[in-house]
Write a protein of this length. Structure first.
Length: 464
C-alpha cells in the first residue's frame, strides 16, 4: 500500500509546451513526459531553469509521444544526471531518434552562431544540450507494446493505449494500488485518414486531459477537395505549389492526400511531387516500418509515400527551382522559420503564378504567420522578397482532436474520474474545456496550475 501519492505539474500547465508531470509514489519519482518549452523567449528561457527536483532522483520517464514539446527536454534531463529507463511505444522511440538528434544539432548550431558573432551575454554560450546528450537519451528509450503491462517503481504499473495524433502516440495509464491515473497525451482525430482514432479508456480515478483546441472546432471541409482546387488553380496558371510542412506526421499525411488525388484523377497523374526534407524522408522510413500503427496496409503505405520523388542533397534541392514546370514541393519547416523551404520560398514567392500552401497552425512571430497576415514582403537571407504568390492554409489538417472530439473521448469513460486536471492548453482553451466538462459531463475538474501539487487518494487512504 502506498502512504502517499502526489502529482506535480512542472510544465504543460497553462501553456501548450513543456509537457512534464511528476508522479511521486511514497517519494519515488516517475516523470510523465519530458518536453521542451517552445515559442516566445520567456517560455524558452524556462528550459534553462534548474529542474525542480534532482534529475538523478527521477527513476523512470514515460513518454506519451515524440513531439519535442513532450520529449525534447530528455537530453537535458540526462545531461543533469537522470539515469533511468524512458518508456514509450516503438514508433515513438524511432521518431525520437530523428527529433532529438535534430533538436540537439539546432541547440549546438545556435550556441555556435552566438559565439561566432559574439552576441551572447554568456562567454562562451553553451547549447542547452549536445548531440552526445541526445544519443544518451535515445539509448535509454525502452519500447513498450500497446496494451502490455510494464512494472514501474513503487509498484506502479504502466500501459500505453493508442492516441492517434502522430505515429506511436499513446494515452498513458498508470495503475497504483487502489486506483488508476490516465494521461491523454495529445489526442488525435477520429476521422484521420492516416492515424487510428484515439482508443477509449474505460476507467480512471484521476485524469489529465489535453486542451490544445479546447475552445475550437476544426473546419469541416474535406482537405482533399480544398487541396485539389488549390493545385488545379496553380497548374492552370502554369505555377508551382510550395507546401511548407512539418516533417513528422504532416508531410506523410500530405503525401497520402496527394496520392489519393492522383488515384482519383483529380490532379494530373504526371504532376511531379517532390519531398524535399531529409527529416521528413527519415520519418517516412519510420512510418513504413510501423505499418500496424497507421490505417494503411503495407502496400498502400508504400504506394502513398511513393507518390513523391525524394530529394536528398542540397544541389538537387536547388535544381528544383531552376525548372519552370508546374510541380508540388513539400518541404520543411512548417512555419517557414528555417529549413530548405526557405530557398524555395525565395524563388517562388515573387511570382503570382505560384501558390504557397501552409499546412496548419502558424505561431505568432513566424514568417508563415506574417505572410498569412498579409505582409507585402518577407525577409529571407537579408533580402526583402515580395509576396506575390497565392497564399493558402490547410488549417483543417490538424493532428489534434478539437473540443468536440475531446468530449467524445471523455464520454468513453464508464464513470467520472475523482478529479480531471486540464493540461496542455492556453488559459482560454483550458477554461473553455473545463466549462464543457462540468456542464456536459458533470465531472469535477480544473485547469492545472503551473507548479501545482495534487495529492491523490490511493488504497492506503481508504479509496473512498
Ligand atoms: Zn503532439
Amino acid at each position: 500500500m502506498l502512504k502517499s501519492l502526489q502529482l506535480r505539474f512542472l510544465g504543460g500547465a497553462g501553456t501548450v509546451t513543456g509537457s512534464r508531470h511528476l508522479l511521486e509514489a511514497d517519494g519515488r519519482r516517475v516523470l510523465l513526459d519530458c518536453g521542451l518549452f517552445q515559442g516566445l523567449k520567456p517560455l524558452r528561457l524556462r528550459n534553462w531553469a534548474p529542474f525542480p527536483v534532482r534529475p538523478a532522483s527521477v527513476e523512470a520517464v514515460v513518454l506519451s509521444h515524440a513531439h519535442l514539446d513532450h520529449s525534447g527536454y530528455l537530453p537535458k534531463l540526462v545531461r543533469e544526471g537522470f539515469r533511468g529507463p524512458i518508456y514509450c511505444s516503438a514508433g515513438t522511440r524511432d521518431l525520437c531518434e530523428i527529433l532529438l538528434l535534430d533538436s540537439a544539432h539546432l541547440q549546438e548550431a545556435d550556441a555556435d552562431y552566438l559565439n561566432r558573432h559574439g552576441i551572447s551575454r554568456h562567454k562562451p554560450a553553451l547549447p542547452l544540450y549536445t548531440v552526445a546528450d541526445a544519443q544518451r537519451a535515445i539509448a535509454a528509450l525502452r519500447p513498450v507494446a500497446f496494451d502490455e503491462t510494464v512494472a514501474l517503481p513503487a509498484g506502479l504499473q504502466l500501459r500505453l493505449r493508442r492516441a492517434g495524433h502522430i505515429l506511436g502516440a499513446a494515452v498513458v495509464e498508470v495503475d497504483y494500488p487502489g486506483g488508476r491515473l490516465v494521461f491523454s497525451g495529445d489526442l488525435g482525430r477520429y476521422e484521420d485518414p492516416l492515424m487510428p482514432a484515439p482508443q477509449a479508456v474505460a476507467e480512471a480515478d484521476y485524469l489529465l486531459v489535453e486542451s490544445t483546441y479546447g475552445n475550437r472546432a476544426h473546419p469541416k471541409d474535406d482537405p482533399r477537395d480544398v487541396l485539389a482546387e488549390i493545385i488545379q488553380r496553380a497548374i492552370r496558371r502554369g505555377g508551382t505549389v510550395v507546401i511548407p510542412s512539418f516533417a513528422v506526421g504532416r508531410a506523410q499525411l500530405l503525401l497520402l492526400h496527394l496520392w489519393r488525388l492522383k488515384q482519383a484523377g483529380r490532379i494530373p497523374r504526371d504532376l511531379p511531387v517532390y519531398l524535399d526534407s531529409p527529416m521528413a524522408t527519415d520519418a517516412v522510413d519510420v512510418y513504413l516500418r510501423h505499418e500496424r500503427d497507421q490505417r494503411l496496409t503495407a502496400a498502400e503505405a508504400r504506394a502513398a509515400y511513393g507518390v513523391a520523388t525524394y530529394v536528398r542533397d542540397v544541389e538537387q534541392s536547388k535544381a528544383l527551382d531552376a525548372s519552370a514546370m508546374p510541380k508540388i514541393i513539400v518541404s520543411a519547416s512548417g512555419m517557414a522559420t528555417g529549413g530548405r523551404v526557405i530557398h524555395h520560398l525565395k524563388h517562388y514567392l515573387r511570382d503570382a503564378r505560384n501558390t504557397v500552401l501552409f499546412a496548419g497552425f502558424q505561431a505568432v512571430g513566424t514568417r508563415g504567420a506574417a505572410m498569412l497576415d498579409g505582409a507585402p514582403s518577407v525577409k529571407i537571407h537579408g533580402e526583402y522578397v515580395p509576396v506575390k504568390a497565392e497564399l493558402q492554409n490547410l488549417s483543417m489538417l490538424s493532428a489534434h482532436a478539437d473540443a468536440d472530439e475531446i468530449i467524445r473521448w471523455l464520454r468513453g469513460f464508464s464513470r467520472p474520474p475523482r478529479e480531471t486536471f486540464i493540461v496542455h492548453g492556453e488559459p482560454g482553451a483550458a477554461d473553455a474545456l473545463r466549462l464543457r466538462i462540468q456542464d456536459e459531463l458533470g465531472w469535477s475538474c480544473h485547469a492545472a496550475e503551473p507548479g501545482e501539487t495534487a495529492t491523490l487518494r490511493g488504497a492506503a487512504s481508504g479509496s473512498a
